[in-house]
Design a binder for this molecule. Structure first.
Ligand SMILES: *Cc1c(COP(=O)(O)O)cnc(C)c1O
Length: 367
């Protein structure tokens, strides 16, 4: 049996009739940017997340960059301010902080949850710390009551990187609505994926929403009037139309992810494989299904021979990358352990029951 890690072709085929109709509608409309499709998707996505505003932008990295840039433009953050961020995140989160002249302060995750360790946060706070950027990595909720308390106590802004967690919840509220502003990526492989690059920011803050809308449109909020030194970072009408179709099915698609995850959680019994905490199904959008294994590379090779595709998220942590060479000597043992041991098993809205069971059987037979 073949089990691809994720078949985007199948994911698109799930809703292809409506997607093709939506694309055709935009093609025939003659209007390709800043139109009705953006307006509709932004309204629908804001409602889904539970925020007053949503601003569509070109991709998830830009969404992150624009949030921080807007806070600088509005005088709330200043170059040199420190932003706490999980050390094991996908590098985009950290790039966005650096790009804005802010200082990323890496915080180790907890091994049991793979999310930022809220017990370590206070020890990392200095007089320059102004914000925490949490990342709901793998689709798992990184937000905790303790993080909320720390933000209040130390007067810190809270931002969310929700690129991997569309549909994830905390106490009945969706991630993306828990802090001051949140960045979303609609990269094709994400839970809500476009047919190309796309992203958005959600927030309840009107000033921030307006500022970001201008920044992503050359810094202009009125034609030929420029308030900021912006860029062109807009969401196009075709992607907005596609996303609006897929948003309708996001819960259904996520339910399928949950069923797959449940089979893995109940079925995987191999003592050599550690499955991180997965108790609360509402607090997990199951974007990925990460497991840890000491002989990860051998496991991956074995699964490959069995026809099963897996991916490592992520093999080299940001502090070991050449682009951050000043950090290369840093020791972050939990982050490094995850980088050495993490393997993501196939999960998605299209994987069949027999395929999931086959993965469980193969994983259990491995010694
Ligand atoms: C995908 C991703 C991003 C970047 O999104 P793009 O749309 O690819 O620019 C940022 N952060 C995390 C955690 C991601 O997974």
């Amino acid at each position: 049996m073949q089990v691809p890690f994720l078949s985007l072709k199948e994911v698109t085929e799930l809703h292809s009739k409506e997607i093709n109709e939506a694309v055709g509608r935009v093609v025939n409309s003659g209007w390709y940017l800043q139109g009705a499709e953006n307006e509709k998707f932004e309204a629908d996505f804001a409602k889904y997340i539970g925020t007053k505003y949503c601003v569509g932008v070109a991709n998830g990295l830009d969404a992150l960059i624009w949030i921080l840039r807007a806070y600088i433009e509005l005088g709330r953050l200043h170059k040199g301010d420190e932003v706490l961020v999980p050390a094991n995140t996908y590098i985009a989160t950290i790039l966005a902080i650096s790009e804005n002249g802010l200082v990323p302060v890496l915080v180790e995750p907890k091994l049991e949850t793979l999310e930022i360790d809220d017990d370590l946060l206070e020890s990392k706070i200095s007089s320059k710390t102004k914000a925490i950027m949490i990342v709901h990595l793998y689709g798992r909720c990184a937000y905790t009551n303790k993080i909320e308390e720390i933000c209040k106590k130390h007067n810190l802004y809270l931002f969310e990187d929700n690129a991997q967690a569309h549909g994830c919840q905390f106490n009945g509220k969706r991630t993306g609505s828990l802090g001051n502003a949140a960045a979303h990526s609609f990269y094709p492989g994400k839970n809500l994926g476009a047919l190309g690059d796309a992203g958005a920011v959600t927030t309840d803050d009107e000033e921030v929403a307006k500022c970001i809308r201008a920044l992503a449109n050359y810094g202009s909020s009125k034609k030929y009037v420029f308030d900021y030194i912006g860029r062109n970072s807009r969401l196009d009408e075709i992607q907005a139309a596609v996303l609006d179709v897929k948003l309708k099915y996001l819960e259904q698609d996520n339910d399928r992810r949950k069923a797959v995850a449940k089979t893995y959680i109940d079925g995987i019994k191999n003592p050599k494989i550690f499955v991180p905490e997965t108790k609360d199904f509402t607090a997990n959008a199951f974007h990925l299904f990460p497991v840890l294994c000491e002989k990860r590379d051998e496991l991956q090779q074995y699964l490959k021979e069995k026809g099963i595709g897996t991916v490592i998220h992520y093999p080299i942590p940001p502090h070991k990358q050449k682009c951050y060479k000043d950090w290369n000597g840093m020791s972050l043992p939990v982050t490094e352990k995850i980088a050495a041991q993490e393997l993501s098993l196939p999960i998605g809205p299209t994987i069949a029951d027999e395929q999931v069971q086959y993965v469980v059987d193969c994983v259990n037979e491995w010694e």
